[in-house]
Design a protein around this ligand. Structure first.
Ligand SMILES: NC(=O)c1ccc[n+]([C@@H]2O[C@H](COP(=O)([O-])OP(=O)(O)OC[C@H]3O[C@@H](n4cnc5c(N)ncnc54)[C@H](O)[C@@H]3O)[C@@H](O)[C@H]2O)c1
Length: 278
């Protein structure tokens, strides 16, 4: 019985032999995706600025770690180079690194803060698409580029002005580059998570609500109670990793220029008028 289970597990690997770079892969959504991709047979390069966490995760999944600040084009180029020199190819680029930045009124927006946020959330993704596309075109093996946007790109009022701006711009950039890269068989898609209790989100809530001891479970509860159409269900890093796995795999072979939203329907509909269905 046990042997049969193992066989099923092996045959269900969806990324066997593929090589992936994951920016922001040291923790949160990126780390969950690195684990899931590795379980599915991929070789992973984790590119992050959290060296200890990133290196430890890379060693547990048989991958490689590289210090990579996505605001620096040469760092992102080096991460892509590492994948190609290590395994001879790059098949998947997951541009996932991001920061929440600060909140506050539009009338007192600090433009230096905005520039910094855009240098991570937007330029970081631009660097990733640019160098992944170059390597994939040279390798002539097609490829999948996935960029992490957000529910805040689709609906106003879910994050700071600068964050919302950066995440909506990512969708435009992914669409535009998908138009150019399709002829090489390179797919470019976005994923848009919502309400995932990562360090980034929980810290942002702590800051905005002035509640330093806020726990991830409290964020989960808010999502469970009022943050999706699926009452009682909160979001997890694994939910997002599964969406990234789908877009990385051959199962999504005819999907490009798409934004896969993982928000329990929150940005699409409301159940506040459910009396209609009584
Ligand atoms: N958590 C959510 O609900 C949510 C919702 C929508 C979008 N997102 C997006 O998901 C992505 C992952 O975030 P998360 O929620 O897992 O948070 P997280 O803070 O746990 O992970 C972000 C990762 O990005 C890395 N990073 C930050 N700046 C970097 C830089 N300059 N260079 C390289 N790496 C850098 C961090 O070190 C960290 O490992 C982000 O792009 C975020 O905007 C998250």
């Amino acid at each position: 019985m046990e042997a049969r289970d193992d066989t099923n597990k092996l045959s269900s690997k969806r990324l066997t032999g593929k090589v992936a770079v994951i920016t922001g892969g040291a923790r949160g959504i990126g780390a969950a995706t690195a684990k899931l991709f590795a379980e599915n047979g991929a070789h992973i390069v984790i590119a992050d600025i959290l060296d200890e966490l990133g290196a430890a995760l890379a060693s547990t999944i048989g991958g490689r770690y590289i210090h990579c600040d996505v605001t620096k084009e040469e760092d992102v180029e080096s991460a892509v180079r590492l994948a190609v020199s290590w395994k001879g190819q790059l098949d998947i680029m997951f541009n996932n690194a991001g920061i929440s930045g600060s909140g506050g009124s539009i009338t007192s927006l600090n433009m230096e803060d905005v520039k910094f946020l855009l240098s991570v959330n937007l330029n970081g993704i631009l660097h990733g698409i640019k160098h992944a596309a170059k390597a994939m075109i040279e390798g002539q093996r097609k490829g999948s580029i996935i960029c992490t946007s957000s529910s805040a790109a689709i609906m106003g009022g879910l994050a700071s002005h600068a964050y919302s701006l950066s995440k909506e711009a990512i969708i435009g950039l992914a669409r535009s580059t998908a138009c150019e890269l399709g002829k090489h068989g390179i797919r470019v898609n976005c994923i848009s998570p919502h309400g995932v209790p990562s360090e980034m989100l929980v810290n942002a809530y702590r800051k905005y609500l002035g509640k330093a001891d806020m726990k991830p479970e409290e964020v989960c509860k808010m999502v469970r109670d009022s943050g999706s159409l699926l009452r009682g269900r909160s979001a997890s890093i694994e939910d997002v990793a599964q969406a990234a796995l789908f877009l990385a795999s051959e199962e999504a072979g005819f999907i490009t220029a798409h934004n896969l939203v993982i928000d329990g329907g929150y940005t699409t509909g409301t159940s506040s008028m459910s009396f209609i269905y009584q």
